[in-house]
Design a binder for this molecule. Structure first.
Ligand code: SAM
Length: 624
């Protein structure tokens, strides 16, 4: 079985992942599968006692999840998917099925039951094939399977258990651990498919797709198994039966057996539609490089749609035609139509055909949540910052690489010694855009940061360079006994009032000053979120030395930065962010080891590191 031809069979099909798991999303994205995510509303409440084995339970839950999405989409989303993929991962030990822990005690119960023992991880997968039929209900066929991997945990001490639980990582993971991150340290060995433990058995999935789509032609003049699902229905039916018997592949005759997948393949990989042919060789075509070549167009389409308020007008009235959108955003109809279609292809908008035959457009759920300017978790501010500031700077990346310096002078005609103090930052409109950007990114990252470690013992906190107070308000909300002082430059503090939440608290206060020169407010915990990465090593030492002099031994520091550590999920994002710091600042992103050394030389000890999986990782430190 070769991967690309299997995945490429799905090109042009509406493939839907009925799961919000970022791990499944990453596994499938990494192999080049294009799909939409529509999280299932199916509640995982099946009675476990009714199932003979844990794998039966996982497969049935996966089926229910996938079928719920497959049957909902034609009505709620007004489109019928071609394929819906559902998955459910459970951990089984001593005859017990472990799902996600409900709280820390539950995580403790689960992890202590795994300590020192071998357990099984089962992922059930259901592939629902949907076929629209004229004047009839949609037809659904389900192929399902499961994969088992054995995992052995080391003996876990109480300290280790609680440290892991307090990292926050166990909470959304089956069995209470994530093997791909900190949880990997608990594991002695893995027998079987590693990705199955992460949440999706990719190899088994591809073999199953291969069996479905590369089945032998039904007749000599048959062009492609993809042209009509009717052609593969008998095979799908026999696969469903085989799966019930615990076998994967049907033999050529359609009977269950253990035939080699190659013996059932044979359909032409090149036929992409009833009449059209394509001569590209999928194995040799450089998919990844072409995707990267196009990446900037996708980013700019997103930026332009935000800047032109496309998502905002569609949040006021859904189902608008290109003409109606063009009128509202004051743009050309032709240009708007193309931008709207590009956004549909990027999964940011949905399109349907109105009774009068016109195409109309609406926001996807994700766009409503994150791209509409006034939604609580909007990234609009950060996207405008990317468009207006980062984009021009990045277009001089090669000069930045040659010279090793930021590119303000080339991009904006002004040299920047201190990004935050110079004339550029003094322009009110520019400062406000920057504050909006920091505010929006802080809002989507702060929850994971605030809960990375248990900070409930701290009553007085200072958020150094805390900007609009977005983080401070969230910390104060999560920790009801905490008071947070936001310390930032006078020109920033003067404008912070514009960002205060409606339900503000007097436990958040603001103090103006320069953190390189002025004394910092007294606190038991200092937060430095995205501060150190802005500065050269000399300035980082200057700031940490000053902080070290001003605070007492035992005082804590919480750093939030994008760590460059190898092995971290999505490390490529961190590496790109490091280039971003090159074109924008005098600073850089660093590894946790590098921070450990820097901190040590200023009298701080790095206690713990937490990879949040979002844009900011957390480092917890103490003054020695
Ligand atoms: N901590 C916030 C966050 O993570 O969302 C904002 C980070 S932003 C990259 C850097 C912040 O440091 C800005 O709010 C900026 O105004 C502030 N800052 C820069 N230089 C400063 C200085 N010398 N004294 C005080 N604050 C400063």
């Amino acid at each position: 079985m070769v991967l690309n031809p299997v995945i490429s069979k799905l090109t042009g099909k509406l493939v839907v992942l009925a799961s919000a798991s970022p791990r499944r999303l990453e596994i499938l994205t990494n192999v080049g599968l294009r799909f939409e995510v529509v999280p299932s509303w199916f509640k995982e409440t099946l009675d476990k006692a009714l199932f003979k084995t844990p794998q039966d339970y996982a497969v049935e839950t996966a089926r229910q999840k996938a079928m719920e999405v497959a049957t909902r989409m034609p009505y709620k989303h007004l489109k019928t998917p071609d394929i819906v993929i559902g998955a459910d991962t459970v951990v089984a030990v001593d005859g017990q099925i472990l799902e996600k822990p409900s709280d820390k005690q539950d995580a403790y119960r689960m992890l202590s039951s795994l300590s020192g023992k071998e357990h099984s991880v089962f992922t059930g997968v259901a592939i629902v094939l949907c076929q629209d039929q004229e004047d009839k209900e949609v037809d659904y066929k389900v192929v399902d399977f499961y994969e088992e991997t054995k995992v052995k945990f080391a003996d876990l001490s109480e300290d280790m258990l609680w440290e892991y639980i307090n990292s926050g990582e166990p909470m959304d993971k089956a069995g209470g651990y994530g093997i791909q991150a900190l949880g990997g340290m608990l594991v002695e060995y893995v027998h079987g498919d590693f990705l199955n433990v992460v949440g999706f058995p990719l190899n088994h999935f591809c073999k199953t797709l291969d069996t479905i789509y590369n089945s032998p032609p039904a007749s000599p003049d048959h062009k492609s198994q993809l042209e009509d699902l009717d052609e593969i229905w008998p095979l799908v039916n026999s696969l469903s039966k085989c799966a019930e018997n615990g076998e994967l592949e049907p033999s050529d005759s359609g009977n269950c057996g253990t035939s080699d997948a190659a013996s059932v393949s044979g359909a032409s990989a090149n036929v992409v539609g009833p009449e059209s042919t394509c001569s590209c060789n999928w194995e040799e075509f450089p998919h990844k490089i072409v995707d990267l070549m196009d990446g900037f167009k996708a980013s700019k389409a997103l930026f332009a749609a935000c800047k032109l308020n496309v998502f905002d007008v569609l949040s006021v009235s859904a189902d608008l035609s290109p003409k109606e959108v063009a009128e509202r955003i004051k743009a050309s109809e032709e240009g708007s139509a193309r931008l709207l279609d590009a956004c549909v292809s990027l999964g940011l908008l949905e399109r349907r055909t109105r009774d009068d035959g016109d195409h109309v457009y609406s926001n996807t759920e994700e766009a409503s949540r994150f791209l509409v300017a006034d939604s609580p978790l909007s990234l609009h501010g950060y996207i405008l910052h990317c468009n207006d500031l980062v984009w021009p700077l990045f277009s001089h990346l090669e000069s930045a690489v040659r010279e090793g310096t930021n590119q303000y002078e080339r991009a904006f005609g002004k040299k920047s010694e201190d990004l935050f103090q110079d004339a550029y930052y003094k322009k009110e409109e520019v400062k406000l855009r920057f504050m909006n950007a920091m505010h929006s990114i802080a809002k989507v990252t702060v929850k994971d940061l605030a809960t990375a470690f248990d900070l409930s013992m701290f009553k007085t906190v200072c958020d150094v360079g805390g900007c609009t107070g977005a983080m401070a308000y969230e910390f104060a909300q999560i920790y009801p006994e905490m008071s947070v002082t936001v310390f930032d430059l006078p020109q920033v503090i003067a404008m912070s009032g514009r960002f205060q939440p409606k339900d503000q608290t007097d436990r958040v206060t603001f103090v103006a000053g320069d953190f390189f020169k002025d004394p910092l407010p007294k606190a038991e915990l200092y937060i430095l979120a995205r501060i150190l990465h802005d500065w050269s090593l000399d300035k980082v030492h200057q700031l940490l030395d000053k902080l070290s002099k001003e605070c007492n031994p035992g005082c804590h520091v919480l750093l939030a930065e994008t760590l460059l550590d190898e092995g971290k999920p999505k490390v490529s994002r961190a590496q790109l962010q490091c280039l971003n710091m090159l074109v924008q600042t005098e600073g850089r992103e660093r590894t946790s080891e590098h921070y450990r050394d820097i901190l040590r030389s200023s009298g701080f000890h790095l206690l713990r590191v937490h990879f949040t999986g979002n844009l900011l990782d957390a480092l917890f430190c103490i003054k020695t």
